[in-house]
Design a protein. Sequence first.
Length: 304
Amino acid sequence: MTDSLVWLPFDPDLLGDPPAGLRYEVVDPTEHVPDSVAEVEFYVPPYQVGPRVGEVLPRMTGLRVVQTMTAGVDNVRAHIPPGVTLCNGRGIHDTSTAELALTLILSSLRGIPDFVRAQDRASWEPQWRPALADRRVLLVGYGAIGEAVEARLRPFEVEVVRVARTARDGVHPISALPDLLPVADVVVLVVPLTDATRGLVDADFLARMKDDALLVNVARGAVVDTDALVAALASGRIHAAIDVAEPEPMPADHPLWRAPNLLVSPHVGGASSAMWPRAHRLVRDQLHRYAAGEPLANVMSGEY
């Protein structure tokens, strides 16, 4: 694959030792599309470019590989031309997203938002709050991020129950959710957005959750039925913490802004200092595989 053109959203020097036989251009096609667009074989879109990536792809007539820096590819997959290999950013955001999931859990259980509001009022307001210790945590989705979340939960003296699309050793199938939800204290969503998971958390799902249970969504907003969540929160029966919503960004009149018992972060699961070193390593390793004609990692669709 010598002399193949690679478009990157960052300086190739950040990769450490990129393959010398490839050509590199630093391009953000949402701002400017160079004349070399038809020569691009390997394309790394800017982080969180979303559906806008589809605007330039038809002009990349020599394209062979699209490597995203996001774990989810639901916003990109439909725009990938036939015969082009799509690879996701599995591994880039595991650490950062798992940290945020744990932060949302602890903040919600220990009442940190209430303390912050009290601080703004210069008001000393002690509370008795539930601990994470001794809780049963249900991980709905047990891929790389689910594993990373579990690794950070282990020191907190919890019981972790794992759920994935299909059963395997130590992991329940998603069909077991109706029996698992009523006994879970914390439910963490880390599933990809697919036809099967869209609207997974509906009124029935929420009704099966234990009283005073906490729902944490670091997956995708559309995994949860917004109206059902708003109703469940308003009832006071459950609590929630979400890093994602439908749509994003949430408009000012979105009902979740006014929902009680809810902590919202603005889709920042991957937005930390942990992201870029891991992104650079993944892209570097993929480029070395590509230059050597070896199979790529994280292949989501297409053939290389």
